[in-house]
Design a protein around this ligand. Structure first.
Ligand SMILES: *[C@@H]1O[C@H](CO)[C@@H](O)[C@H](O)[C@H]1NC(C)=O
Length: 124
């Protein structure tokens, strides 16, 4: 009695998940979001420009998390880049970046290493 609904749910979850996977593969290819830093100021402290871009030409990217070390929230507007905890920052409040949309901000501090952590593509 209990097994069957659980099985059905599992089946549908798998089906939907496979479809989403297929959607990404077909529409986004290997175009995962990029996180780039460029040094733009050479004083003390140095200044860095951070650019985060959704490189998928067809689907919005949502809930983009970045490994950000001990990045400090005081350096940036949290609506652009919110520090959730050590090594976990979220871009644009977790809201979608449109296809090919880029957000950018600058911070003045010793460099914090950053790299892409997790995200989802929202393909129809
Ligand atoms: C960041 O700094 C660069 C170089 O000074 C400047 O061109 C760019 O407009 C700045 N970006 C922001 C978001 O302030």
């Amino acid at each position: 009695m209990l097994i069957q609904p659980a099985f059905k749910l599992g089946f549908w979850t798998l089906l939907v998940f496979s479809y989403l996977q297929y959607g990404w593969a077909a529409k986004c290819g290997a175009n995962s979001p990029s996180v780039r830093q460029t040094q733009v100021g050479f004083g003390d402290p140095p200044k860095f420009m951070v650019e985060i871009q959704n490189n998928c030409p067809m689907c919005p990217a949502i809930d983009i998390h970045v490994k950000c070390g001990s990045f400090s929230q005081t350096l940036v507007d949290p609506s652009l880049f919110k520090v959730l905890g050590y090594n976990d920052c979220v871009v644009n409040g977790g809201l979608p970046l449109a296809p090919l949309q880029k957000i950018s901000f600058n911070y003045s501090h010793q460099k914090f290493l950053m790299s892409l952590s997790t995200w989802y593509f929202q393909c129809e």
